[in-house]
Design a protein around this ligand. Structure first.
Ligand code: C2G
Length: 129
């Protein structure tokens, strides 16, 4: 059993998120996702349109995702990896290099982002309507 772990805000859920989660699920047999809480997002300087509960429920509903847990701090990843028995930490390449330090406890993989879509873009489209 190969467990993959990832993290994200997943606000205004879109096809870039679907592609990412499908790619990560294909890296193993089980995918668990840390969804950023609203409080953690505030510390990232992000404010999600959708509250944590909605974002977590949407991610949990996906066929590619086996479990969801809250991400409330930058430094919980090692404990999460141990708890989940994660073999692979994977995330979009916009984070390339940022989590290499986890390489002593699991494989670290950065995957290509989906071009031409982002939550920020969607917010701008909505504001212009
Ligand atoms: N993503 C993607 N393609 C896009 C948009 C996003 O592959 N067009 C990926 C990102 O690279 C990330 C995941 O989807 O792996 C979630 O993106 P965000 O919701 O923006 O999450 P982020 O703010 O990057 O939070 O501790 C890590 C952070 O919680 C990551």
């Amino acid at each position: 059993m190969t467990t993959v772990i990832t993290y994200g805000t997943f606000d205004l859920f879109h096809v870039g998120h679907v592609n990412l989660l499908r790619r990560l699920r294909d890296l193993g047999d089980r995918l668990v996702v840390g969804v950023s809480t609203d409080e953690f997002n505030a510390s990232k300087g992000k404010s999600a349109v959708m509250p944590y509960g909605h974002r977590a429920e949407i991610v949990r509903s996906l066929r590619y995702v086996d479990d969801v847990f809250p991400e409330s701090s930058w430094d919980q990843k090692r404990a999460d990896i141990a708890r989940e028995g994660a073999d692979i930490f994977a995330i979009g390449e916009d984070w390339v290099g940022k989590f290499d330090d986890l390489g002593d406890v699991c494989d670290v993989v950065y995957v290509p982002r989906t071009r031409d879509i982002s939550t920020t873009d969607l917010k701008q489209v909505l504001q212009s309507m």
